[in-house]
Design a protein around this ligand. Structure first.
Ligand code: NI
Length: 215
């Protein structure tokens, strides 16, 4: 079977598994990361087969929030690729990318170009207009308030601290979203992140202005 066909089969498989997931790791997140990975990967001359499969499979275990089991994602991804006859060297590379890709406290720099491309695309989906929408959607899902001027943002240093965080959604902009532009791996990713970062800064200015009845 040709690679494009395998990729579209994997895409349908992932879409079927993730449809209806409401916390921000739904199919449309995967779709956006996939599209952005194609764009960044093309500009950075990455191996597109690896990049596309990694983008499609990077959050495959998140649909049920498996507590702390970090191997389940790479394992399910491996099973799906295996079912579609993907070669073992490709499977292993994609599994490595999935392992390296999460932002759960201390960030890990991916060891391959394809991993860097996929991580940039994933991080870009957390900033800009989509990032803002996802941040509030996730906060609502967790029962968080939009903003509380009395609660200061905290910079998180561990995965446990990150998981337990209950601060208002606006704090999450300082705790995660605004840090992402300096964590981009590729030139293409950096350029896009800079634009989305500026959009968030403008949004925050408007938000505080409206909060105090000034805008
Ligand atoms: Ni993701």
């Amino acid at each position: 079977m040709d690679t494009q066909k395998i990729i579209s089969f994997i895409a349908s498989d992932v879409e079927a598994r993730l449809s209806g997931e409401g916390s921000g790791h739904d199919w449309w997140h995967i779709y956006r990361v996939w599209k952005m990975s194609q764009r960044i990967g093309g500009e950075e001359q990455a191996d597109m087969q690896i990049v596309e499969m990694a983008a499609l499979l990077h959050d495959i275990a998140d649909w049920k929030f498996h507590d702390g089991d970090e191997d389940i994602g790479p394992r399910i991804a491996g099973e799906i690729m295996g079912e579609h006859g993907v070669s073992s060297d490709v499977i292993e590379h994609v599994q490595l990318i999935i392992r390296e890709s999460g932002f759960k406290g201390a960030p890990v720099e991916p060891s391959t170009l394809e991993g860097k491309v996929m991580q940039d695309a994933d991080r870009l989906d957390a900033i800009g207009a989509i990032g803002i929408a996802r941040c509030f959607a996730y906060g609502g899902h967790k029962g968080r308030v939009l903003y509380d001027p009395a609660i200061e943002p905290v910079v998180m240093t561990s995965k446990e601290q990150y998981a337990k965080n209950t601060s208002p959604s606006i704090n999450h902009f300082y705790e995660k979203l605004l840090l992402l532009k300096d964590l981009m791996n590729t030139d293409t990713g950096r350029k896009l992140a800079k634009e989305r970062h500026q959009f968030i800064e403008a949004y925050l200015e408007q938000f505080y202005g409206e909060w105090e009845g000034k805008l």
